[in-house]
Design a protein around this ligand. Sequence first.
Ligand code: PLP
Length: 448
Amino acid sequence: MNHEFSTVGQRVRDDDRRHVFHSWSAQGHIDPIPVAGASGSWFWDYDDNQYLDFSSQLVNQNLGHSHPRLVRALQEQAEQLAYIAPSFAAEPRSTAARMIAERAPTGLDQVFFTNGGADANEHAVRMARLYTGRHKVLSTYRSYHGATTGAVTLTGDPRRWSNEPGMPGVVHFFGPYLYRSAFGADNETDECRLALQHLEQVITLEGSDTVAAVLLESVVGTNGVLVPPEGYLAGVRELCDRYGIALICDEVMVGFGRLGHWFACDAWSVTPDLITFAKGVNSGYVPLGGVVIARDIADHFAARPFPGGLTYSGHPLACAVAVEHIKVIEDEQLLPRVRSLGTRLHAELTALAERHPSVGEIRGMGLMWALELVRDRESREPMVPFNATGEANQPMATITASCRDRGVWPFQHFNRLHICPPLNISDEELSHGLAAYDEALKVADEYV
Ligand code: PLP
C-alpha cells in the first residue's frame, strides 16, 4: 500500500466527516469510503481496495466510470462553450433534444431539460396540471420519484413520511406486485386485472374530473424491481385515455438502455404523454434530467408561457455528454447486448435462488435485477422486517458487507440485493460479481 496515498484518504475522510452533510443519513452513523478513482465497471479507495460496481453508483452510470469518449466530449465542449443560459439555442442542447426525441415513442418530440430526476417529475406534473386544468396526481405505493418537496410527496415509500404534508393533491394507489399482492392474486393475469380495477376505482372515487395525471415508474426500480405484468401499462394507458388523464412514466432509472430499450415503455409498446428521464441519459458525468413531451401538450404552451425553468436547464456540458452517450450505446450495440445479458441473468439467478433458501424471489429484466431475501420462503417474511425508522438492519448490513469484502459493490434496499452494473460490463466481470453474490448469500442463508 502506498503510504502517502493512504494519508490523502485519511484527510478526505476527516474533511468529509467534519464538513459534508450527507443525504438520507444520520450524520453521526456514517463512515463513507473515500474513493480515489474509477474506470469502467470498477472504482477503488486509497488503500488498494477495488470494487466491481454492481450498482452503477445510484443506477446512473450506464456507461460506467470515466468512459474515454464521454470524457473527451466533456473536455471539448468545455473549451468551446462551457455555459450559456437556457434561453439561447446551443448546439449540444438542440442536438441532445433531437436525438432523445428521435428515440422516444412516436409523438413525443419536445424535450424540457432539468438538472435531475426529481425536478423532471416536478415539471412534468406542472405541465400535466396546466394542460388538463385539473390538480390531483395519482402515484403508486412502492415508488421513488425524488427528494424535492413535490417529488418526495409523489414517492410511495417511507422517505415521504417525514416530509409530509408536502405537495397537495397527491393520492397513492397500489401497482402490481404479485409476490406480495395487495389484491390477494396468485397469478400474473389476475394481478394485472385486479390492479387495473383498483386504479379505476381510485380514479372514480377521487373524481375523474379532478385527476390531472397518473405517474408511475414504467418498471419500479429502487422499491423492488417490479416488472409490470403483460397488459398492465397498456391498461393504464387505456384508463388515462378514457378519463382524460395524462400518463407520466418516470424513466429516470430505467431509461436509456438499462432494460435493453431506449425507454422501458418501448418493451410494451406503450406511449405515455410525458416521460421523465435523468441518470442514464449521460451517466451523471454532469447532472442532467428532463421531460420528453407529447406534441399536444407542447402545443398547449405554444401561445401561453410555460411557468418553469432552471438556470442550468440543458447545460451544454451535460448535453454534450448525453449526445456522445447515445452514440456510444449505438456504436457498441449495447441495447441488444443488455437484452441478451438479461436472458443470461435470468438463467443464472434462477440457479442461484435454487441454491440459497434465503432468496424468496428473483425479478428483473435487462441489467436491472433484484434478489428479494426472506427469512422463510413459506411465510415470505422479509429479511428486513418493515422498519418505520429506516435504521440499518443487522442481517442486510452483514450480507452487504460480505459482498463488499469480496470486492463487489451491491445496490441494497430494504430486504433486496439488486444487480445493476454498467451496460458495458464484460462477461467475465459479470461472472465475477455473481460468484461474489453466491458466496455472500451463504451469509444470508444463516439467517433463515
Ligand atoms: N425517479 C426515479 C425512478 C429514481 O430512481 C430517482 C432517483 O433514484 C429519481 C426519480 C430522482 O432522481 P434525482 O435523484 O436525479 O433527483
